[in-house]
Design a protein around this ligand. Structure first.
Ligand SMILES: NC(=O)c1ccc[n+]([C@@H]2O[C@H](COP(=O)([O-])OP(=O)(O)OC[C@H]3O[C@@H](n4cnc5c(N)ncnc54)[C@H](OP(=O)(O)O)[C@@H]3O)[C@@H](O)[C@H]2O)c1
Length: 276
């Protein structure tokens, strides 16, 4: 299987590169450039295209508030170009999406893949939610993850980010353990599944609860305080989605992620080993 990965230099793209090893072809072309996309598809003739390109903002999504054109270019125009160019050639493709398009827990059941986005507090989330609504009308696999983490200490992972904050939010959220995500993505791709899939670990934890476990397992000297939702606007420019996703659709495919507590424990255990 030849897997062409756009956005291959990014955090998620590089994970896919490692996952597919010799089968992977890395590309850094502009996905909104239809001529360049067409040339890459003609040259490599991939069996699968993975779109891991997009603007997430550096150092965070606040960047997207001040760079709206670039954000639309990469998060909306680019995927539309892929839809057209892969569609013309009947190439199966996969789009990296986000669960940060919802707010709340949907009355306790979590948001399913069918629920319409209800969070538009950040420009980043608006672009991610909007493009999903178009792509979902076509045979594209759309993978929704939230606040990815592992025990690598990579600065892009959730726990490495939370470590740097003096105050941490205490609102339960869905999160995605990267090793579980990659296994689930591979299983779906091998089945040539299409449609939206929420890929989060079953259960919910707040960033504050995660850091309590970090303090218990990795660094007893780590100090932090609680940040309330009311305080959040004083430390960020764009709104932040806090939500719980429903992962029954994935489970019905026979794909189970580890429970959230187990995944966090495993990641923290790895961080502890690295710190020793
Ligand atoms: N990381 C997360 O927390 C998270 C959570 C949920 C969903 N996602 C989604 O996963 C995807 C990948 O995110 P990531 O965390 O891997 O971000 P990342 O590390 O910033 O990687 C994205 C890569 O795409 C490149 N890129 C941006 N615009 C492009 C374009 N028009 N054409 C080609 N490449 C382009 C970026 O280059 P530049 O750096 O030069 O812009 C970067 O190398 C995004 O769609 C994101 O929305 C990420």
């Amino acid at each position: 299987m030849k897997v062409l990965i756009f956005g291959a230099k990014g955090y998620i793209g590089s994970q896919f590169l490692s996952l597919f090893g010799d089968e992977a072809i890395a590309s850094s072309i502009d996905i909104a450039d239809a001529t360049a996309v067409a040339a890459a598809l003609e040259k490599h003739k991939p069996d699968v295209v993975i779109n891991a390109a997009g603007k997430t903002g550096k150092p965070n999504i606040d960047w997207c508030e001040d760079h709206k054109e670039e954000t639309i270019h990469s998060n909306v125009t680019g995927p539309k170009v892929l839809l057209e160019e892969c569609g013309k050639r009947n190439i199966y493709w996969v789009h990296m999406s986000s669960g940060c398009i919802y707010e709340g827990d949907n009355g306790g059941s979590g948001f399913t893949e069918e629920d319409i986005p209800n969070f538009t507090g950040s420009f980043y989330s608006k672009t991610k939610g909007e493009i999903d609504q178009y792509l979902n009308q076509f045979p594209v696999l759309i993978l929704r993850i939230r606040m990815p983490f592992d025990g690598s200490g990579n600065p892009r992972t959730l726990i490495a980010k939370l470590k740097k904050y003096d105050r941490v939010l205490d609102v339960p959220n869905s999160i995605t353990y990267i090793p579980d995500f990659l296994a689930a993505a591979k299983a779906l791709i091998e089945k040539k599944a299409t449609g939206i899939y929420n890929i989060v670990n079953p259960g919910a934890m707040s960033p504050y609860q995660i850091m309590e476990k970090y303090r218990d397992i990795v660094d007893p000297s780590h100090m932090f305080e609680k940040l309330t939702l009311d305080d959040l606007p004083s430390v960020v420019k764009a709104g932040r989605s806090n939500c719980i996703l429903n992962c029954e659709k994935l489970s019905k495919e026979g794909i189970e992620l580890s429970p959230i507590e187990t995944a966090v424990q495993t990641a923290l255990g790895e961080m502890k080993t690295k710190a020793e």
